[in-house]
Design a protein around this ligand. Sequence first.
Ligand code: DQA
Length: 142
Amino acid sequence: KRILIINGPNLNLLGTREPGIYGAQTLADIGQLCADTGTELGLSIDFRQSNHEGELVSWIQDAGKDADAIIINPAAYSHTSVAIHDALKAVGLPTVEVHLSNIHQREAFRHHSYVSAVATGVICGLGAAGYTLALRALAEKL
Ligand code: DQA
């Protein structure tokens, strides 16, 4: 089974970006963790990041053709993007929304995510473990 893992804007800065909130791990570290977990679970992992909303939408659309599930950290677009909500709804794949931080503990503008309504499940506040937990949940589901 193929899992597309999509990371949104500013997540390329992990490691140096607000480490008190997001941790010291880089995005490459998290990608490696996901690759290792994929090998353990027998899943093929495609791990990507973009700062561009339209590119994220196109990747979701393409996943409808060649992936079995999606894990997405939409980052700031969680709180703004009807386009990402619509794309996930159109594709209809099992989807887990992941946030490194606990968005409910933070500023009010982070409390609502447009993605949650179209996600199969949501994990937040567990750091990089959120990604591997999402992979384990999808491995059981698929
Ligand atoms: C985030 C939380 C978002 O509110 C924020 O805009 C991010 C990262 C997280 O992983 O905790 O960029 O999605």
